[in-house]
Design a protein around this ligand. Structure first.
Ligand SMILES: N[C@@H](CCC(=O)N[C@@H](CS)C(=O)NCC(=O)O)C(=O)O
Ligand SMILES: [Fe+2]
Length: 227
């Protein structure tokens, strides 16, 4: 498995490239619109063929690169079935499997940060979007977010993955790049509170709205294709 983590410094967003080096088939998780040229250049350099882009959720803080990458490569776009995005190619749901050459990428529904949140499992890695962050979790105060649902997604789904599974989040605001299920089970300060205190904390964060929410959400509802 060929694997790379990419970073968008303006929005602290991670994108992840998974590829089968034998067939050259590739999948990109959470591409960022402004980074499409970087991503295309990298794919070309390595001779990889983009088969899928997938978004872990309808992002509120940045515009997805999925649409522009589909225009340039002919890849398919996968998003949650619950997003109702009409110009996506694959409406993903729990249990779906995407095939990248010899590798399977398994879809888990992990709602709570938003109702469209998905995680993706491939080999010993899980890509958690903004459900489980390193020593944190996504906020639950917009896009049908729900703290109780997020707690259940983390404890009943993500925490049932093998302890050694590596956790790759959608963002990190402190410069951390990777964790593991075992590490989060022991050290995640929010989830360790237990369900009731977690809900209370999440419902009282009083965070300012993401700066680009009014631009990003409508753009992401059409895969970032804005013309
Ligand atoms: N300052 C950032 C805020 C980004 C933000 O709210 N990020 C979401 C993920 S889309 C989150 O859950 N952050 C976790 C937190 O701040 O606790 C912006 O304006 O874009
Ligand atoms: Fe998010």
């Amino acid at each position: 498995m060929f694997f790379r983590q990419f970073f968008d410094e303006n929005t602290w967003t991670y994108s992840y490239l998974l590829a089968d080096s034998e067939s050259g088939e590739a999948l990109l998780i959470d591409p960022v619109f402004e980074q499409a040229e970087r991503d295309l250049h990298f794919l070309n350099e390595l001779g990889l063929k983009l088969i899928y882009t997938v978004d872990t959720h309808v992002h509120a803080d940045h515009i997805t690169g999925s649409g522009v990458l589909r225009e340039k490569t002919g890849c398919q776009i996968g998003v949650s079935v619950h997003a109702g995005i009409l110009n996506a190619d694959a409406a993903l749901k729990d249990g779906d499997v995407l095939h990248i050459g010899r590798y399977d990428v398994q879809v888990l529904e992990t709602p709570g940060h938003t109702h469209t949140c998905l995680s993706f499992v491939c080999d010993n890695r899980v890509f958690t979007g903004d459900a489980l962050l390193i020593r944190g979790c996504g906020r639950t105060d917009f896009q049908q977010g729900d703290a109780e649902q997020l707690y259940a997604s983390i404890t009943n789904k993500l925490y049932t993955l093998p302890n050694q599974t590596l956790v790759y989040p959608g963002h990190d605001y402190k410069g951390m790049t990777v964790s593991s299920i075992a590490e989060e089970k022991t050290n995640n300060p929010r989830v360790s509170l237990g369900c009731k205190k977690f809900i209370h904390l999440m419902n009282n964060l009083n965070l300012p709205q993401p700066k680009r929410i009014h631009e990003a959400v409508p753009a992401n509802m059409v895969c970032g294709c804005m013309d």
